[in-house]
Design a protein around this ligand. Structure first.
Ligand code: NAD
Ligand code: AHE
Ligand code: ZN
Length: 384
């Protein structure tokens, strides 16, 4: 079917705050520099819920959400050299162009950034770079459907830019597990190892114990942190946080007027060396900064906050030596890092399997969103 449009099922977000509708869509063939992928497995990340919830300033509707997935290349467009039909791949919302583009972007050649700009303007606008149009149309009336994050994996077939296709690499790697490496787990691991660079003996606080926060806990253990304070408003997260290696659990709603930064500063005699905000709430971001140790504490913003919100703190918090940072995809240069993360998983020394708390068929996708909202699931893997 290479070169031909493919009719298939997709979960379309027609409007914010409405359930997705599984409908027939037509997926155009990949143009130059594009790749059409048959998606095998999807996991839901909170960012999908955030955009569906109408909180994303870049959210465009109707669109096909989904950015944590794995599948097989169905066909490639003209000039594509880094993958071919049959390759097992993970779509990457965060692209990497240095080994593909004639003129790589400034970020891909810079050692300190993973924020490839090769196609960023187009993925933000929900279209493909070649012609500024989407590759999805509704089968019923031919109307266009926008892409999301350059991945749109909630479809049996999707078209992405070549710079957004990471090889799985290892033929034995199970796609129903390594699909998680397309976003949340990689992000938490990278936030700790690349963005904060947590050292042995450090104290750490992690706010928000979804898959992203737990991946921070897992990586903090790996980095040799000796005190790991897990913070969540949901008491049911305590057990899993301790299982991942947290030494303490704090529910910030249980301390009356005392805020969580004060509680954590008291627990640690002045604050933690590193903190990670994995909620997407600007008040929590402030707590995460202010629970860091005066003089050297570093806080990393991982959570994605709603459009229109802003962070604040007293500048004195920074004057007195705290550092406020953020991370996207954990700082990993995606297409280079993903096959290495797959190998790490295949080496057996990760908790990747443990993040998968639910499995469902693709047509149960709205139930999976409910579970995520209720705080009952870490990752739900959907199969076609
Ligand atoms: P999730 O919904 O599974 O987990 C969020 C957790 O935060 C839940 O356990 C919830 O109980 C907890 N929480 C809610 N309010 C809280 C509060 N006030 N204080 C403490 N805990 C609170 O989400 P996830 O998939 O793990 O994603 C977490 C965040 O990270 C989201 O904002 C998501 O958009 C973002 N994210 C960012 C990147 C990135 O590259 N920066 C990548 C993936 C996800
Ligand atoms: N579109 C939003 C911002 C969304 C956002 O920050 N996305 C994260 C990834 S979340 C993955 O689950 C990210 O990597 N951002 C970097 C980028 O270039 O998008 C908005 O505020 O407009
Ligand atoms: Zn995500």
């Amino acid at each position: 079917r290479a070169g031909e449009p493919i009719a298939c099922k997709a979960a379309v977000a027609f409007a914010p705050r409405e359930p997705l509708r599984i409908v027939d869509v037509v997926v155009a063939p990949p143009q130059a520099g594009e790749v059409r992928i048959k998606i095998a497995y999807n996991a839901l990340c909170h960012t999908d819920a955030y955009t569906l919830g109408g909180h994303d300033s870049e959210g465009k509707f109707p669109c096909i959400l989904g950015h944590e997935a794995a599948g097989t290349v169905e066909s490639v467009g003209e000039g594509v050299t880094s993958c071919k039909a049959g390759d097992r791949v993970i779509p990457c919302y965060q692209a990497y162009c240095a080994d593909i583009a004639k003129e790589p972007c400034a970020h891909c050649v810079h050692p300190k950034s993973n924020l490839c700009q090769a196609v960023r303007a187009y993925t933000g606008a929900g279209v493909m770079k070649n012609d500024g149009k989407p590759r999805f149309t509704l089968a019923s009336d031919g109307s266009e459907i926008f892409h999301f994050m350059g991945t749109s994996t909630f479809s049996e077939y999707t078209v992405v830019h070549e710079v957004a296709v990471a090889q799985v690499g290892n033929d034995e790697a199970p796609l129903d597990k390594v699909c998680l490496l397309g976003c949340g787990v990689s992000t938490g691991w990278g936030a700790v190892h690349n963005t904060a660079r947590v050292e042995e003996g450090s104290s750490v606080a992690v706010f928000g114990l979804g898959a992203v926060g737990l991946a921070c806990v897992e990586a903090a253990v790996e980095a040799g942190a000796t005190r790991i304070i897990a913070v969540d408003t949901n008491d049911e997260k305590e057990a899993v946080a301790r299982e991942f290696g947290a030494t303490d659990f704090v529910n910030p709603t249980k301390f009356g007027d005392k805020n969580s930064q004060t509680v954590i500063a008291e627990m640690t005699d002045g604050g933690v060396d590193y903190s990670f905000e994995c909620v997407g709430n600007v008040n929590v971001m402030r707590s995460a900064l202010e629970c860091c140790r005066k003089g050297w504490g570093t806080s990393v913003i991982v959570g994605v906050a709603a459009a229109g919100t802003e962070i604040s703190t007293r500048p004195f918090q920074l004057v007195t030596g705290r550092t406020w940072k953020g991370t996207a995809f954990g700082g990993y240069k995606s297409r280079i890092a993903v096959p290495k993360l797959v190998e790490k998983y295949m080496g057996g020394n990760t908790k990747l399997d443990r993040y998968i708390t639910h499995r469902m068929k693709f047509d149960q996708i709205n139930e999976a969103f409910e579970l995520l909202h209720e705080g009952k699931c870490l990752r739900c893997v959907l199969s076609f």
